[in-house]
Design a protein around this ligand. Sequence first.
Ligand SMILES: Cc1cc2nc3c(=O)[nH]c(=O)nc-3n(C[C@H](O)[C@H](O)[C@H](O)COP(=O)(O)OP(=O)(O)OC[C@H]3O[C@@H](n4cnc5c(N)ncnc54)[C@H](O)[C@@H]3O)c2cc1C
Ligand code: FES
Length: 360
Amino acid sequence: MNIYVPLILVGVMLVITLILIGISYLLGGGGEKIITINKHTKIPVTGEETLLNTLAQQKIFIPSACGGKATCGFCKCKVTEGGGERKAMEDPFLSEKEKADGVRLSCQVKVKDNISIEIPETMLYAKEYHTEVVNIEDLTYDIKLVQFKLKKPNTMSFKPGQYAQIKVPGIDIIRAYSIASNPSQTNQIEMIIRMVPKGQATGFVHNALEVGDKIIVTGPFGDFYLQENSNKDMICIAGGSGKAPIRSILAYLKDRGMPRKVKYFFGAKSLKDLYYTEEFLELSKEFPNFEYIPALSSPLPEDNWQGEVGLITDVVDRFTGDLTESEAYLCGSPGMIDACIRVLNKHKILKQNVFYDKFS
Ligand SMILES: Cc1cc2nc3c(=O)[nH]c(=O)nc-3n(C[C@H](O)[C@H](O)[C@H](O)COP(=O)(O)OP(=O)(O)OC[C@H]3O[C@@H](n4cnc5c(N)ncnc54)[C@H](O)[C@@H]3O)c2cc1C
Ligand code: FES
């Protein structure tokens, strides 16, 4: 064979490769693109990653409780230019209005070209934190308190009620947990994490996480937080680990001398599902403005329970009058929240005064 044939073949392949790179560049794949955020911030980026990941590389963190699998619907943002066609898997998470407004799941948008997006300004404050676990406590048989010391950066400013996300080491899945601690404590945060059967993140937290472990946390996120400028009476309702954000809200109010009237309903099955009962009963002794009403739906005979009995919805119904001038803060399972909102509506709560986080 002619000794030049291999050389010619290599040359042809090189030319083809260069042509393909050129085409990819012209189509925007390898070249620089600009992400414009809220009309005022322009960020040059390269590559063809998802919008969610591209922003994270630029240290802009969009909530993403499912880690980009299009199963949580948290990573919504409005795309006003570019971004390509919406994918069918985004549809279940978007209302008709959101679709018409160009809202997309940022984990499903590829940055192939210049793109303009709109996100809440508060999202620009979320950061990635390197943390160390400094304490783990059993609160019940299936709920743990975990304290994270913030190492880098070493302080987080958050509103009482907001949540943060933890990345599970090794499997790199991301899950959302409300911040359960006092916002005045800025160098560490606490989370209250309930074990979910076969749950990946909660399985890790309950069975493998140890004091001293290093965990990546992003946040703060969420529009469920105390309306600090309001002086309306408050109804708080929680079940299970839903106590977490309410605890943060109450710590904030306690620091200010409990300036608002608060009724806090906590629903559990039996005595073994209650926790922090002493903490909240003490608070109610200290502040006449604060009333704590734990209720058990199925107390056991050995519980010797003298408190309220029944479904939390029935107990709220019994204890509640006209709510036209009140605000409600609800946290827990989607089913519990929907059922409680129906009861609050019966008591004439105004829609704009109802705030909730569904732990789905
Ligand atoms: C804004 C927000 C705040 C949250 N705050 C908290 C908090 O403070 N404390 C807390 O414990 N959890 C909280 N959650 C729930 C948390 O993010 C996880 O969904 C939950 O811990 C399960 O994660 P996992 O990886 O263990 O389960 P996965 O591996 O994701 O799920 C395993 C299985 O359990 C089901 N499942 C998932 N979550 C639940 C659930 N909550 N109850 C019953 N079944 C479930 C799934 O459908 C799946 O079949 C919050 C969720 C949101 C959206
Ligand atoms: S990150 Fe969960 S849907 Fe996009």
